[in-house]
Design a protein around this ligand. Structure first.
Ligand code: ATP
Length: 969
């Protein structure tokens, strides 16, 4: 194969997608395949569009209604416009590339928030939800414990960014505790895993038209977790490095980053060592003037040191790379005499010399190897001079094989550095970052391999999600079928099937020891594969080709050069030369026993497609044994413009990654399925039957044939009836399709689940209300009983106190009466003396008056606790003139006592009442003298008035009340 071929093919790879026509075709296709849908749904779409202002709030594309490419597209656009970049699509996460750093979207705090959330799914859609879900699956140890995160999308969609986010997330949340390892040590595994990124990107990424930092290889990174789910190691598996880029860069694209990093970052000393003066132009370093942020040599060197690549090894690596660059400047002159080897152009001689020095191989041998081929004829070897094209091809081939081997060696080294001992880890989370579906104007073997890988992944997705869903419905006996989904098995049979397929025929041609002929291969393909509906040919095309109908669309592949690319032969003379290198690294790269390099000598069975197929099969085996999580990255515009959304670009990608179909199926199916037993344990309370709370009751019903299922159906009916009653409609087909009972599970739509949850909440709050009421009633009764008891005690005590008081008063009254009688006798005698006009009133004749009274005019009631003053005043008269005279004459008991007290002006005990008279101050002149003034009875409330009152806690209380309340409180 000539280098011109190579260029042509690579140009094809870089060619832009057939933009306008494809978009139009696609939109027409979408419209034409749904003509009736278009009409019938027009009204619904209109209704949907009315809520356009709410579109950005839909976190899951399955919730848009109806689910069509148009509505999905609008929803994504609305979210993108409000800077929301992640949206669920059933089990897949759709990630739109913002093309600019979004502050705080991936910060440490956000990571912690998602990691610590009890239900991260309830948070806004984010790549961290996917990461956390996978991590929790590992923690729960439910089979299959190992997880795979499949990140796909077209070039520039954000796969590498997403993979990096995932790795950073695990390096943070699954980081080993500082107790186990020192936080600062550079040996930390998380650091080393992250450090492998800059090296892989420097050697495997390049600036393309579609992405400044485009990964030119696929990779599967396995993050190894120990039994405590801590990150203890990692391993990397790479796929299909685009090694042709080393020797042939598409127009306006660049070579791998590492070459530019060397050119721009080398010190003067290094430049000298690598024979790379400032003014030197290298053919294989186009667009060197373009500076991108990935041109960071320092970062790569730092990462190399962290991974344990010492300075000597680094020197060897850069020498080899510099040697490759020098090779690129070696050009051959066109032949005049075909019997002689092709000569070097004059200025190329120096480059060849320098290349030989840098690769540490003899310059003359390198010169010969590039210009003369050795043909084996039996045991004899024949030397054949090469044409100019053949010389260029041998030169390119040398550069490619060195670079590819160096890349593989680096991957192995990274693996040796980050891979944990198999005894230390038990589970893993794999991150797969693969190239998306590719369809250019000219497609070759690389596109066939990439699209084949995508077909495989799509099949895995179909197998995992769609088929698993349908199969479960069937096994549960559900009379429900999905929208017809596309099974791509026949396409895969076409590409890789046995015994006859594109790959098998390609391998056969490659193994035949003859020059490949595109037309012959085309004829063979047509003859052998015409039965398969997935392959077709444009009869009028002059270029030999075949068209494959992939799940994401039709792609036409050019046959020319395909067989040569598949052979990917390396002249054995070149391998022998490299094995002689004094550069120990280069020597090691080509003497390693495990190195599998197809040489022209043996026409090895290891063709490109067979090698790729084998590695892909190994990957698929890993994927099948893990729980997959899909993330589809979408590139919103082809020019990598920040926050720019181009509908045509997005809709093509949605179709290419099968999102539209996924959404359709997720929305139309039953995303929620719950075993009967757990269903009844959660929702049984809706039936108001507490027995369903117990697992044993549910188990008994389950054991009793269909009984549990019947209860579930009854419950569902009840909830639906309740719903239709509330919404004033009738149960119809729509409601019936919200839930289905299988053999062991109940299948629900989101709407049904919402209804059940609503009903459950309602019943729970009713129960809570009842409990609250009972408790309040109980508390009220207790308080009432306490009050009554307190009141009773108070009443009893008060009446006792009053009785005691009255008894004291009675005793006092008796004393007063006694004194009173004596006074009466005295008054009587005075009166008699006055009446008898007795002139002299002999004091000595007076009846024996108590000397105390006589002396003080008052009596001391010794047995009354408080002194009672009895004034020397004619009480009879006082009482006769008092308004209460009648009362005093007729009153008995307390009233009588009060009257007496009023007469005697006795003070009350506690100041509730007071009897006042001004008469007692008057001098007793004559018994006939009428008393003057008035008697006033100041009576405050009787304590008995309070006897029937409840104690009021708020008011100030005193005395016994207080004591009682204190005790009861
Ligand atoms: N979430 C994001 N936030 C900000 N910028 C992003 C995000 N995702 C991607 N980008 C930007 O988009 C560019 C392309 O992303 P990335 O390299 O991950 O694409 P890719 O799908 O891996 O492409 P390729 O297949 O070519 O390697 C990045 O360099 C980055 O600038």
């Amino acid at each position: 194969m000539s280098s011109a071929d190579d260029r042509g093919n690579v140009n094809g790879r870089a060619g832009r997608r057939n933009g306008g026509t494809t978009v139009k075709e696609f939109i027409q296709k979408v419209q034409s395949c749904q003509p009736s849908l278009n009409d019938s749904l027009e009204g619904e779409i209109q209704a949907f569009l009315f809520k356009e202002d709410l579109l950005h709030t839909y976190d899951d594309l399955t919730k848009v209604n109806p689910v069509t490419p148009t509505t999905v597209l609008k929803c994504l656009q609305a979210r993108y416009n409000v800077r929301v970049f992640y949206t669920h699509a059933g089990c897949t996460l759709v990630a739109l590339n913002p093309f600019q750093p979004i502050p705080d979207l991936y910060s440490l705090d956000v990571m912690k928030e998602y990691h610590c959330a009890p239900q991260p799914q309830e948070f806004k859609p984010h790549i961290f939800i996917v990461a956390e879900e996978a991590y929790r699956n590992v923690q729960s140890q439910l089979a299959p414990v190992n997880q795979s995160l499949v990140v796909s999308g077209e070039s520039g969609a954000g796969k590498t960014w997403t993979s990096r986010c995932l790795m950073k997330y695990y390096a943070t949340v699954a980081a080993s505790s500082s107790l186990v390892k020192s936080q600062d040590t550079v040996e930390r595994i998380e650091r080393r895993v992250l450090d492998s990124n800059p090296i892989m990107e420097a050697f495997g990424n390049a600036c393309t038209l579609r992405n400044n930092n485009s990964s030119r290889f696929g990779k599967y990174i396995q993050l190894q977790l120990d039994r405590f789910q801590l990150l203890v190691g990692a391993s990397v598996q790479t796929y299909l490095l685009e090694k042709t880029r080393v020797a042939c860069q598409p127009a306006n694209e660049r070579n791998f980053h590492i070459f530019y990093q060397m050119m721009k970052g080398a010190t003067e000393e290094q430049r000298k060592e690598w024979k790379m003066p400032h003014e030197q132009h290298f053919m294989w370093l186009p667009n060197a003037e373009k500076t991108i942020e990935e041109d960071c040599f320092h970062e790569t060197l730092k990462a190399m040191i962290h991974l344990g690549i010492n300075t000597e090894r680094q020197r060897q690596i850069f020498q080899v790379l510099a040697g490759i660059l020098q090779l690129g400047n070696v050009n051959f002159s066109s032949l005049t005499d075909e019997s002689k080897p092709c000569d070097l152009e004059e200025q190329s001689k120096d480059f060849l010399q320098r290349a030989a020095e840098l690769l540490c191989v003899p310059a003359d041998e390198l010169h010969t190897c590039l210009r003369v081929m050795t043909l084996k004829a039996g045991k004899q070897s024949v030397l054949k001079p090469c044409t100019q094209a053949e010389c260029s091809m041998r030169r390119d081939c040398l550069a490619k094989v060195i670079y590819a081997q160096l890349f593989e060696w680096l991957v192995t080294l990274i693996n040796n550095s980050i891979c944990a001992d198999s005894s230390t880890w038990c589970n893993f989370i794999g991150v797969l970052d693969v190239y998306g579906f590719e369809c250019f104007q000219v497609n070759n073997l690389e596109q066939l391999c990439i699209n084949y890988a995508n077909e495989k992944l799509q099949q895995h997705f179909v197998a995992h999600y769609l088929r698993a869903q349908q199969d479960e419905y069937v096994s549960e006996g559900l009379q429900w079928s999905f929208v017809k989904y596309q099974d791509n098995q026949s396409c895969l049979d076409l590409i890789e099937g046995s015994p006859i397929s594109v790959f098998s025929l390609l391998n056969e041609e490659s193994r035949l020891n003859r020059a490949s002929d595109a037309k012959t291969l085309r004829v063979r393909l047509e003859k052998e594969l015409s039965d398969n509906a997935n392959i077709s040919w444009d009869k009028f095309s002059k270029v030999p080709h075949f068209t494959v109908a992939h799940y994401a669309g039709k792609v036409s592949y050019q046959i020319q050069g395909m067989v040569e690319k598949n052979k990917d032969p390396v002249p054995p003379e070149l391998i022998s030369l490299l094995q002689k290198s004094n550069n120990s690294l280069l020597h090691q790269l080509f003497t390693d026993k495990e190195t599998e390099i197809p040489t022209t000598k043996g026409l090895s069975k290891v063709t490109v497609v067979s090698k790729f197929k084998n590695s892909l099969e190994r990957l698929m085996m890993i994927l099948h044994s893990t729980t997959p999580h899909y993330t589809r990255c979408i590139k919103p515009n082809p020019d990598c413009q920040p926050l720019t959304f181009k509908k045509e670009e997005v809709i093509m990608q949605l179709e290419a990654c099968g999102i539209v179909e996924t959404i359709h199926i997720s929305a139309a199916g039953f995303p929620i399925r719950i075993p009967f037993r757990s269903f009844m344990q959660r929702y049984g309370l809706i039936l108001k039957d507490p027995r369903f709370k117990s697992a044993s009751h549910c188990a008994d019903l389950e054991a009793g044939g269909n009984m549990l299922r019947q209860e579930v159906e009854k419950l569902l009916r009840m909830v639906l009836q309740h719903h239709v009653l509330n919404s004033r409609c009738h149960i119809n087909e729509k409601h019936n399709s919200w839930a289905h009972c299988g053999r062991t599970k109940v299948f629900l739509t989101q709407s049904m689940l919402d209804l059940l949850e609503e009903q459950r909440k309602k019943i729970q709050s009713q129960c809570a209300f009842t409990i609250q009421c009972c408790w309040l009633r109980y508390q009220r009764c207790r308080r009432h009983a306490r009050r009554q008891s307190a009141t009773l005690i108070q009443a009893v005590v008060r009446s006792w106190l009053v009785r005691k008081q009255v008894q004291r008063w009675n005793r006092a009254a008796a004393v007063i009466q006694n004194t009173w009688r004596k006074w009466r006798a005295l008054l009587k005698s005075l009166a008699e003396a006055e009446l008898d006009d007795a002139k002299d009133f002999v004091e000595d004749d007076m009846p024996a008056v108590n000397p105390v009274i006589r002396e003080r005019g008052s009596v001391q009631l010794s047995h009354i606790q408080e002194p009672v003053t009895v004034r020397g005043w004619p009480m009879g008269l006082a009482l006769a003139s008092a308004p209460s005279i009648t009362m005093s004459l007729t009153a008995t008991g307390f009233q009588k006592v009060m009257s007496v007290m009023a007469s005697l002006n006795l003070p009350s005990r506690r100041g509730e009442y007071k009897v006042k008279t001004n008469q007692c101050t008057q001098e007793l002149a004559s018994i006939r003298a009428q008393p003057k003034g008035s008697v006033k009875l100041h009576c405050q409330r009787s304590p008995l008035l309070y006897a029937d009152r409840q104690p009021d806690l708020k008011r100030e209380v005193t005395g016994f009340n207080e004591i009682l309340l204190e005790k009861t409180l």
